[in-house]
Write a protein that binds this ligand. Structure first.
Ligand code: MG
Length: 425
């Protein structure tokens, strides 16, 4: 009985193997290659090449690509403060060749300290830190792929499987009813949280604007802001989370008057009412307002956030992961914020890759509030990633794949590449 059963199984097994061989002939080698772990010897992993790519004519987005001696490739993204940094990225990348990418935090510190003269060429803020952010994210992507783990796991595991996203109206210009209709369309598209900007005069030549340079709003300009917020709130209803961005445009008296006037509309936060560089001015607005003040997209590294938080100048912090120093630094910022019982709501203006990179941190910390998105992000970068992340009912599922979890298609990215700048070369 046992013998015949065994022989039956052996025959069935042989049949299956033969059938598989014939049906998959030619792909067997490919399949077995794919089944191999590339992380067989992470201790021998070495960076062999670091290149960059820049996008659109304003170069406000860039990718870093890190290649290794084991065929593992990682990508990272930087935004906003990255224009004109091709040679900086090249110089920083050369410092990494021969290093083991698994030691992410150590390499981050090496680049900030050991690169000759780094403290004297701006390793505290601006372009240097934005490029460093892209490098840091690429290192985490490589490390995750080498160890076979999603980045959130390397960050200590996750508190949540999906992260809460907010969006923008597709149309943020024009009269209050037009912006309100666009916000309502955002709600109909499935979002329960939306942010729009209200510093119109700076952009659209508001005839009520009396001085092109001062940061003061007159009563007509103020009424336009208040009427717009009122129209949006009336359109989307009381339950939707509504946020506004003031883009750092206002002087202190205008900011104080505006946040007071907007108190009845139950905003989840007001973003950057005054310029980012004066923490005390931000503090004065924050202390004056019952609406939470959100700040930080124009700050770099944990030190700036430590000051912001110690001075109680923000009720919510919003570092941009692609600019503030990257994944490790964003998690350190979140931890400092948590020690102050302050929520963490990252700014995000990158590609879907930046969105997923940010989502790993948002999953890994207790004090996460919301992550930024926009409704055009997927169509703008169509064909650039093998599988696009999906936002359903305002939530994004964090990838469980190794690394950041989005496979980059370089030919897709190339469609948005800045002409005249080498593309991953
Ligand atoms: Mg902003």
């Amino acid at each position: 009985m046992t013998s015949s059963r065994r022989s039956f199984l052996a025959k069935a097994g042989a049949g299956t193997v033969a059938a598989t061989l014939f049906s998959n002939f030619g792909s067997t080698y490919q399949n077995s290659l794919q089944a191999q772990s590339l992380s067989s010897s992470p201790s021998d992993l070495k960076i062999t090449k670091v290149t960059s790519a820049y996008f659109h004519s304003d170069q406000k987005k860039m990718f870093i690509k890190i290649e290794t001696n084991q065929g593992i490739t990682g990508y990272g993204e930087g935004v906003d403060a990255v224009g004109g940094t091709y040679y900086m990225a090249k110089q920083l990348g050369e410092k990494l060749v021969g290093k083991n990418p698994i030691n992410v935090n150590r390499l981050f510190d090496d680049l900030r300290r050991i690169v000759p003269l780094a403290p004297f060429v701006g390793s505290q803020s601006g372009a240097f830190v934005a490029v460093l952010s892209a490098i840091d994210i690429a290192l985490w992507d490589v490390a995750g792929k080498a160890l076979g783990l999603p980045v959130y796991q390397l960050l200590g595991g996750k508190y949540r499987d999906s992260v809460h996203m907010y969006t923008h109206p597709i149309d943020n210009d024009g009269p209050p009813e037009k912006i309100a209709a666009s916000c309502l369309a955002g709600r109909h598209a499935g979002y329960d949280a939306i942010k729009f900007w209200v510093d119109f005069s700076a952009f659209d030549g508001d005839p009520n604007k009396q001085d092109a340079y001062n940061r003061t709003y007159n009563n007509k300009e103020m009424a336009r802001v208040v009427n717009t917020v009122a129209a949006v709130r009336a359109a989307v209803g009381p339950d939707m989370a509504v946020m506004i961005d003031m883009h750092t445009r206002f002087d202190l008296p205008t900011a104080l008057r505006l946040v007071k006037a907007l108190e009845p509309y139950n905003l989840t936060f007001i973003e950057e009412p005054v310029p980012a560089e004066n923490v005390d001015a931000m503090r004065e607005v924050a202390l004056s307002s019952s609406t939470p003040i959100c700040a930080g997209e124009n700050l770099y590294l944990m030190y700036a956030f430590q000051t912001l938080l110690e001075r109680k100048a923000a009720d919510i912090v919003m570092p941009d992961v692609q600019k503030c120093g990257g994944i490790g630094e964003a998690q350190r910022i979140a931890t400092i914020a948590n020690a102050h019982y302050v929520p963490f709501a990252p700014h995000m203006v990158g590609t879907p890759f930046a969105m997923m990179a940010s989502a790993h941190i948002c999953a890994s910390i207790p004090n996460f509030l919301m992550l930024e998105s926009n409704q055009k992000i997927f169509s703008d970068w169509e064909g650039s990633f093998k599988e696009m992340p999906e936002i359903k009912n305002s939530f994004l599922k964090v990838s469980d794949k190794p690394g950041i979890g989005l496979e980059v298609i370089e030919d897709g990215l190339r469609k948005n590449a800045t002409p005249g700048i080498p593309f991953f070369a």
